[in-house]
Design a protein around this ligand. Sequence first.
Ligand code: MG
Length: 302
Amino acid sequence: MAGYPTHVRIVEVGPRDGLQNEAGQIDTAAKVAFIDRLSQTGLEVIEVTSMVNPQWVPQLADAEEVYRRIHRHQGVSYPVLVPNMEGWKRALATGVQTIAVFTAASETFNRKNTHCSIAESLERISPVLEQARSMNVTVRGYISCALGCPYEGDIEPHRVADLAARLNRLGCDEIALGDTIGIGTPLQAKSLVKSVAEQVPLERLAIHFHDTYGQALANILACLELGVSVVDSSVAGLGGCPYAPGASGNVATEDVLYMLHGMNIHTGVDLAALSKIGRAICAQLGRDNHSHVGRALMSGKR
Ligand code: MG
């Protein structure tokens, strides 16, 4: 297969996946300012919020207001997570142009997380996909637990591949393979991507890795070797792992950028500017900076 890509598209998930899983909260104005600052760093994709029922995720109850108030830059896409038709209607009314839907490769995780089976989760999102396609709204599909489940343990790559193929057939433009509990290791990550790429074009795959066990960068590197060129990450490693309280969440964008730029892989993102935003948001949330690079840059080592 292909070697390292020359350009990687970073999907910044801090404002959604990050803030959703933080104990601390910031107000709507601070969220808007945070996203507006991110928009100026050269990022191509910023996942801004979720049209989820506020009873489930009170942190994101201001979804519409956030989306309406941010300054949307030309050339930057601002996906919004949509769990069901209700969320889709809200997204549509808000003028959202890119959405993300989700399911999980584990039956137990689906049931605990969304109270339905995998098949039912697909039934729930297919009308959303149908409408989104007819309106030229771009859709990314998340598959959680792609490298392991907190309840079921190992997940066979072929199960993820079959699910990815279903999402692809339903019309997802991009499929993000999520290591929700950050448990995978590099060769597993690689065999997952190889297996999924047999059913879905590699260009349509994104990797969404968590750093819970400190494996995220190694796993990303392994997948880059196969030619994967879309990587999800969160500034300052915002977010956490509900299944491992206190553990780190999404891989930090600063750490991914440092590695990619050191390999002469282009991202278009200004690392120095992004790390300042990471520092500021951590101060606002009253939390530690989970980015190694963010901390190193802060201490002025280089
Ligand atoms: Mg995540």
